[in-house]
Design a protein around this ligand. Structure first.
Ligand code: FES
Length: 119
């Protein structure tokens, strides 16, 4: 059995997101989560994302938002490639894709001084 993926708990204060192997591990106001790292839009690294006021993980490139409990994309991108701005029809199309292929979700638990991603 492989070793679980870990992040030092001190690196994960509320509001933080960190990279842990293939996972973006975060702390949404005390609620730990782990989701797969690649955005369903254009594969940005979600471990470089942020957590919004609703507890959603926000992609760093075009701000698609993800439910960290289900992996569903709850709102689509605000742009594409190098364009950053409104694109409502395109955002809806991408959101449909995000629902068909949600992010993978794993449990993340604090164990001592570490946060561990469980299989
Ligand atoms: S790559 Fe994530 S929203 Fe575009």
């Amino acid at each position: 059995m492989p070793d679980p993926v870990r992040v030092p708990a001190a690196d994960l204060p509320p509001g933080a997101v960190r990279r842990a192997g293939d996972w973006a591990v975060g702390n949404a106001d005390g609620r730990l989560f782990a989701v797969s790292r690649r955005c369903r839009h254009q594969l940005a690294d979600l471990s470089a994302g942020s957590i919004d006021a609703d507890g959603c993980l926000v992609c760093p490139w075009h701000q698609s938002r993800y439910d960290v409990d289900t992996g569903d994309m709850v709102s689509g991108p605000r742009g594409l490639l190098g364009y950053h701005g409104p694109a409502p029809v395109y955002a809806q199309l991408v959101r449909v894709l995000g629902r068909v292929v949600p992010l993978r979700v794993r449990r993340a638990l604090r164990r001592g001084e570490e946060v561990v991603v469980l299989d």
